[in-house]
Write a new protein. Structure first.
Length: 143
């Protein structure tokens, strides 16, 4: 199975209140998959499609609380945000359908990518994923 790294549109950031985490958006250009660093959020349409996959591995979805920042409201007064879901990544990159590398890169399987490509992810950066091969340092042969 092939895997891909996915860097979604950056739209917001989490804010910790005494209540559960809320994600505050400074901008949203319309993608159905966004990054609210370090979280990844998806719209309800994407959530439903992902849950139709037979036995997806490494992924859970939880309702996300989102709001528009003052900057967002000032620059987009009539724009509203859709319902978003937080992607709870529990998988291993390159093994499960959804995983995170040690540096926080999102890695998805081909079947997950095929689902995501049905939606608006125009601003996402995609690349083939292959774990870095560790090579042993070669020692000069003794003569």
């Amino acid at each position: 199975m092939s895997f891909f790294s996915l860097e979604p549109e950056a739209s917001g950031a989490p804010v910790e209140n005494p209540a559960p985490t809320t994600f505050v958006f400074d901008a949203w250009l319309g993608d159905d998959v966004v990054r609210a660093h370090p979280a990844v959020l998806v719209t309800t349409r994407v959530k439903r499609a992902l849950m139709r996959l037979p036995e997806p591995t490494g992924i859970g979805l939880a309702p996300a609380r989102v709001r528009r920042s003052r900057f967002f409201r000032n620059h987009n007064p009539s724009r509203t945000l859709p319902r978003f879901w937080e992607v709870r990544v529990a998988g291993r990159p390159g093994q499960d359908d959804v995983g995170l590398t040690a540096s926080g890169t999102l890695v998805v399987s081909r079947r997950v990518l095929d689902v995501l490509l049905e939606f608006n992810i125009q601003r996402a950066v995609l690349a083939q994923y292959g774990p870095t091969l560790r090579r042993r340092a070669s020692r000069p042969k003794r003569r």
